[in-house]
Ligand binder design. Structure first.
Ligand code: FES
Length: 106
């Protein structure tokens, strides 16, 4: 089990458990995090699963591929550690990762 901490814009914190191979988006949706709308279901086509990976974790996970980087140009309030959570695959070494959730995706 990999534990992922999600921090919503208002400071509400959720700690969810994930299995390797899931996407961070799937974990967030399962945890009921409303700001992760994930309208395209993980097809890297909507940007509504945008999140901010905590700075001390951003370089420890696999980098974004070109299609993710392209879609990140269209998200609301992008930042240095912006990622599409549907494109981050959970791995055991991500245990304890912190994901900050934007206030809105629409
Ligand atoms: S769920 Fe649509 S881009 Fe991630």
């Amino acid at each position: 089990m990999t534990k992922i901490t999600f921090i919503e814009a208002d400071g509400t914190t959720f700690i969810a458990t994930a299995e390797p191979g899931m996407s961070v988006m799937q974990v967030a949706v399962n945890a009921g995090i409303a700001a992760i709308a994930a309208e395209c279901g993980g097809a890297c086509a909507c940007g509504t699963c945008h999140c901010y990976v905590a700075k001390d974790w951003a370089d420890k996970i696999a980098p974004a591929q070109d299609d993710e980087t392209d879609m990140l140009e269209f998200v609301i309030d992008p930042a240095e550690t912006s990622r599409l959570s549907c494109q981050i695959e959970v791995t055991p070494d991500m245990d304890g990762i912190v994901i900050n959730v934007p206030s809105s995706q629409t």
